[in-house]
Design a protein around this ligand. Sequence first.
Ligand code: CA
Length: 420
Amino acid sequence: MPAPNCVLLLFVISWTSAIWAADRPNIIIILADDLGFSDIGCYGGEIATPNLDRLAAEGLRFTQFYNSGRCCPTRAALLTGLYPHQVGIGTMTNKEFDLGLRGYRGFLQRNGVTIAEILKPAGYRTFMVGKWHVGKEEGMRPLDRGFEEYYGVLEGASHYFDPTPGNMLFRNRTPVKAECDNYYLTDALTDHAIRFVTEAASHDDNPFLLYVAYTAPHWPLHATPNDIEKYRGKYRAGWDDVRQQRHARMNELGMNWTLSPRMGKVPPSANQGWMGGGRAVPAWEELTEEQQENLDLRMAIYAAMVDRMDQNIGRLVGALRETGRLDNTLILFLSDNGAEAGGGALGFDQFKPPVYSEQARAQLGGLGKRIQHALAIRQVHDVRGWHFDAADRPLAGGHCAARAVDQSGGTCDRHHGYVS
Ligand SMILES: [Ca+2]
């Protein structure tokens, strides 16, 4: 089948037949940030993601699924089951994006309800960790929109080793600081997610909704030395070689796509101009040895961030197993948009917010960007229909799983008897 050039969002689901039994399932939505769909192993990536791969092998893997192309709109659609413009987030959030138009208000409107606002009165515990990014002011935050427990950053682009300044690290309604000297945000989010599900299991038998919105691997490229070291040198062959290898593995995995022509330039529409759209993407061989070494490091850091996220997903699944909740838990994994095409002379580092100090760059190995591109747009709102079906609480107009597959025009490589 022809290569779909706008597949951005992957989708891994793991469940067992127990979900469709009388007990309502727990629901975990894991959202990665700026993750390219081919970065993880079960979609051909060279990054080690054994935990996600296992979920995929035991579940269902989408080969076509669409998000809303950018952080805030995808999150708005995912939370409400509506198109992002319908709930005021046609673009990004905060006051500068309030254009005074119904589709562009800069925060999640009240004309749509969130999945937490539906499931909480239905008896679900409702937890969230991670990046909210659909409104940061009082009255717009997770606890204002149906979640009873929250730990994370209200905005995006967080510093991984200390997200305190500027990114509004919160525990429920209270601003907090990074909790320890060796703090790493992906670990901390998982710690709190595990705390939520463990406490819930010890408290009562009510099912829970857990929304895990990791900030990884969104910039800044911050990772720990041990994780980085695993990938140093693996990208020295260059991005064209990595692209070819990923494509070959995709076909081995049964996706059977034709590799699209190599882009000569980053499309301006993908970068909105301010990141350098329209610039040429050089062939790897055109770069100097020093540039190649530098870019190998940047890509190794990115890979380390994805690897670390997978390690943490493994910890979360382990906690579910220990609490006896794993077999009655629906787990969905997706990305809010594709990996970001950055700016700069090599497409990697033009855009540097002030949070990145020179000290941090020296310590962490520099900042960077990726080489893939975000395009378009639709269908993530169908995800909420899945939740309602699984929870036996469908809304009028909600979609069942099979319909979601059909409407996206996509296919899946495994089929389950999940629709009556
Ligand atoms: Ca994003």
